[in-house]
Design a protein around this ligand. Sequence first.
Ligand SMILES: [Fe+2]
Ligand SMILES: [Fe+2]
Length: 189
Amino acid sequence: MLHALAHIEYGAIDLAFDMIGRFGQGAPRNFVDDWIKVGADEALHFALLMRRLHALGSGYGELPAHDGLWEAAEATADDRLARLAIVPMILEARGLDVTPLTVSRFESAGDITSARILDRIYHDEISHVATGVRWFEHFCRDQRFDPVPQWRSLVQRHFKGSLKPPFNDSARNAAGLTTDFYITLAANG
Ligand SMILES: [Fe+2]
Ligand SMILES: [Fe+2]
């Protein structure tokens, strides 16, 4: 679990800086600043998990890992709105849904150190989803798109997976990702 999470954070570092390198041109200065902050958080998350893996006698690269995050990046390489719709607003939001359960699993296994690391990550990730929602809505306004239907059509076009409940509605809502975005899509599978 710790190795899988470290791999996700490693991918998240790349994704944050890819957002800047690929989509930062002509964007407001705050866009770049915000994703640098996200990238710095992801680097810290990766470092915390790597340190924990080392403390347990393992390390990053000791186990196989899947490439789902980067596949999502490739699928949205030409479209800034689609990248924002999928990476922070689906994949990072999914992290908010599953992390509380993972924290309690570490707690019941007696690994309080790992539980604390994940709890720290969880709170940072709420702000990453919020950053994604804020910029998605900003660029929608620029192009006179209605954010919710625009999000749905981008997700249907660019996202292969399905939106799986249960959703952590309170954490999603704290990030500005309100249920009107995702409820209908989830219900339609
Ligand atoms: Fe992270
Ligand atoms: Fe993140």
